[in-house]
Design a protein. Structure first.
Length: 194
C-alpha cells in the first residue's frame, strides 16, 4: 500500500514559493499552498503570485456571439503589445509567464455587471461554468479583444524531480493523484473546523 504523508508545515526543505519554467524558458512565480509525499516524490499544490488572465476574441457584437480563446503563441505575440498598453492604463503589468499570461498590480474590485460566465467543455465531455472578471478591451487589426481574469483561483500541481527542479504535472498525472487530492481537501476542511 503506497504511503502518503501530507506535510504543509513539517518539512523545512519545502519552500514558501517556487518558480515553474516552461519549454520556452518563461517563468511563473507561485506560492506553495500545500505539499504531500507519495512514494518518495514531493508534490506541490501551487497558486500563481500574479493574477492569470485570458484574452478573448468575439466573432460578432451579438449577444449569442462565440468566444475564441487566444491561446496560440503566435497570436498572443501579435496582440501582446496592444494588450500590455491597455492594461498599463489600469496600472497593471502584463507578463508573458510560463503556462499562462499574468498581470501584476492591484486588480479592480469585482463588479457584478462585469462578470462573464462561460460554459467550458472538459476532457470528459462535460460542461462546466467558469466566471471571469472583465478588466479591459482593445483592438488589433480591426478585431476587438477583451481581457479577463478568472474569479476562481488557478491551482497548479507540480512535483519535485530528483534534480530538485519543480515540474508541472500533466493532466494524466493529476488524474492519477485525484484520491490523494481529495484526502488533502478533507484534511484542510477538518483543520479549518478545529
Amino acid at each position: 500500500m503506497p504511503s502518503s504523508q501530507f506535510s504543509p508545515d513539517h518539512d523545512p526543505s519545502i519552500p514558501d514559493s517556487v518558480t515553474l519554467l516552461d519549454e520556452a524558458g518563461r517563468a511563473l512565480e507561485c506560492t506553495v499552498e500545500h505539499t504531500f509525499n507519495e512514494n518518495g516524490t514531493t508534490y506541490f499544490l501551487l497558486l500563481p503570485v500574479d493574477a492569470p488572465i485570458t484574452i478573448i476574441a468575439w466573432d460578432s457584437d451579438e449577444d449569442d456571439a462565440d468566444a475564441t480563446w487566444v491561446e496560440d503563441n503566435e497570436e498572443i505575440e501579435q496582440v501582446f503589445g496592444d494588450a500590455k498598453a491597455v492594461l498599463a492604463e489600469h496600472n497593471l503589468t502584463l507578463n508573458y509567464a510560463a503556462y499562462t499570461l499574468t498581470v501584476s498590480g492591484e486588480l479592480p474590485d469585482v463588479v457584478e455587471e462585469d462578470i462573464l460566465t462561460l460554459e467550458v467543455e472538459t476532457d470528459e465531455d462535460n460542461v462546466e461554468s467558469e466566471q471571469f472578471q472583465f478588466l479591459t478591451h482593445f483592438y488589433h487589426n480591426g478585431q476587438e479583444y477583451e481581457i479577463y481574469t478568472p474569479l476562481a483561483p488557478l491551482l497548479l500541481f507540480a512535483r519535485r524531480l530528483p534534480s530538485r527542479q519543480i515540474e508541472l504535472l500533466s493532466l494524466e498525472d493529476v488524474q492519477a493523484l485525484q484520491p490523494h487530492l481529495r484526502e488533502l481537501l478533507i484534511q484542510e476542511i477538518e483543520q479549518e473546523e478545529e
